[in-house]
Each structure stands twice: as C-alpha cells, then as structure tokens.
Design a binder for this molecule. Structure first.
Ligand code: MN
Length: 261
C-alpha cells in the first residue's frame, strides 16, 4: 500500500467510526455543536405547547381547475409532492399583517392559498381509512411561488426547487387541534389581494382528500410526527408586487394576512 492509499483507507475507517450504525439524522448523544441551528415551531391555539416542524410536504395540482390552468390533465395524473425547507416557515399571528419580503430572482411572484394538515403520528403505507388518525391539527398557509423560475425549470426538466423551496416561502397561521376544530372535507377557501377576491373555491373540490394525501405520501416516505402537508391550491393563482396585501380565509379558521415588502 502506497502512502496515498494508506491515507485514503484511514480516512474511510475514520468516517465509518464517526457515522457508525447511527440512524440518519440522529446526532451523537452528548456531542457539542460548533454553532446553533434554530429549530422551527408553530404556535398551537389554546396551548402553552408549540408544534415542532420536521418536514413540509406540498401536494401539486390538487384542484381540478388549478390542474387545468397549470397545463395538466386532472383525470390522468396521480398525486405528486414536493418539499419546502422547514425554515421556509413564516409564522403569521391572527390579527396582524406580517411583512413578507419579495424574494430575489423573480419577476412573477405568485400566491397559493392552502389548507395545511399537521401530523403527530407517523408511519409507512398508512391506509386511507386510518390516515386522519395521524392528524394533530390544521391551519391555513400560503405556498408562495416564484412562478417564472418554477416554469423555466419545469420546461428544462430540472427540479422546481428554486421556484418553490426558498426562504420565507411558507407563511402559516397557528395550529388548531383536531379536538377543537374537527377535520376539513368542505368549506370555503379564498384569497384576496388588496381586498379584491382572486381565488375562491371549496375544500370539497380537492382531487385527493387530506386522508388520501397522507396515505399516498406514506407510500413514498416514512412519515413522522411534526410533518406538515400543504394540501394544494384552487385555481386563479396570480402575481403580487411590493405593497400588495394578501388576505386568506378557510371556513372555521381565523384569517391570515401578509404585506409584500
Ligand atoms: Mn401549492
């Protein structure tokens, strides 16, 4: 063994010793970190506890009319999912208008109002009939989108990441526990810009219900407590510019408002 190979072998052994058999994502107990990375939490209505966010899943094209406006055939496509980074969350308190920064690189910044289901139980291959038992609560949120970048990447068969998964791209309200608010199979969902109605639909127009989304997702990923699911947006998505105020509403939930700055 020459000197270079010796060092490569040593490096491999050392790497193995560090990672060992630890599960992915599980830190060595007791090890210090050279710096802190903040965790992401969402307030829970009527509770001193806060909801720790593990992953943000989003379903694409889950309302017929929106699927058609995005160029899909809603009758033929199985559900598909993407993720946003956990720290894309921007919590917005009820009764406030949060400043939301217009992101870099885009000239076509779009809103998407969505119901969000928040899980406190995980699993694989969860049957539809059991899926809602995994939901801790619900809130409403915005799947903010750099539409020009999303489209450009899609046209080039590249990942959507830069169009969907950027900083502050997930404004969200406080979580209401299922025990207090129940589940959501119908009810108005709307979005206004500067007081003018832009999106206006009913949750019963979802192609895949929340239960079906959980079931389908759990075939692709093992779900865990802390996972949240943006359940798709109705049609008539559109652009905002700096100075615009977005108000969103879902029946049974308090509204959420942001101002683009
Ligand atoms: Mn969306």
């Amino acid at each position: 063994m020459d000197r270079r190979n010796f060092f490569q072998s040593s490096a491999l052994v050392a790497t193995g010793a560090v990672t060992g058999c630890a599960l992915p994502g599980v830190a060595q107990q007791g090890a210090k970190t050279p710096f802190d990375v903040p965790a992401t939490y969402i307030p829970i209505v009527g509770s001193d506890e806060k909801f720790p966010v593990r992953r943000i899943y989003c379903i694409g094209r889950n309302y017929r009319a929106h699927a058609i406006e995005m160029g899909s055939n809603p009758d033929r496509e199985p559900p598909f999912f993407f993720q946003k980074p956990t720290d894309a969350i921007q919590y917005v308190a009820t009764g406030t208008v949060a400043d939301h920064p217009y992101p870099p690189l885009t000239k076509n910044y779009h809103y998407e109002v969505e119901l969000v289901a928040c899980l406190d139980k995980g699993g694989r291959n969860i049957p539809v009939a059991k899926a809602l038992e995994h939901v801790y609560g619900y809130t409403l949120g915005l799947d903010m989108t750099r539409r020009d970048l999303q489209r450009a990447m899609g046209n080039e068969k590249k990942p959507w990441e830069i169009g969907k998964s950027f900083d502050h791209s997930a404004p969200i309200g406080a979580i209401h526990k299922v025990g207090q608010i129940g589940h959501f199979s119908q009810g108005a969902i709307w979005l206004k810009v500067n007081g003018q109605m832009k999106q206006n639909a009913n949750l019963n127009q979802m192609i895949w219900s929340v239960a079906e989304q959980i079931s389908k997702l759990s075939e692709a990923f093992e779900l865990f407590p802390g996972d949240i699911i943006y359940s798709g947006t109705p049609d008539k998505v559109g652009p905002v510019v700096r100075g615009d105020v977005i108000d969103i509403h879902i029946d049974k939930l308090p509204g959420l408002s942001i101002k683009i700055v």
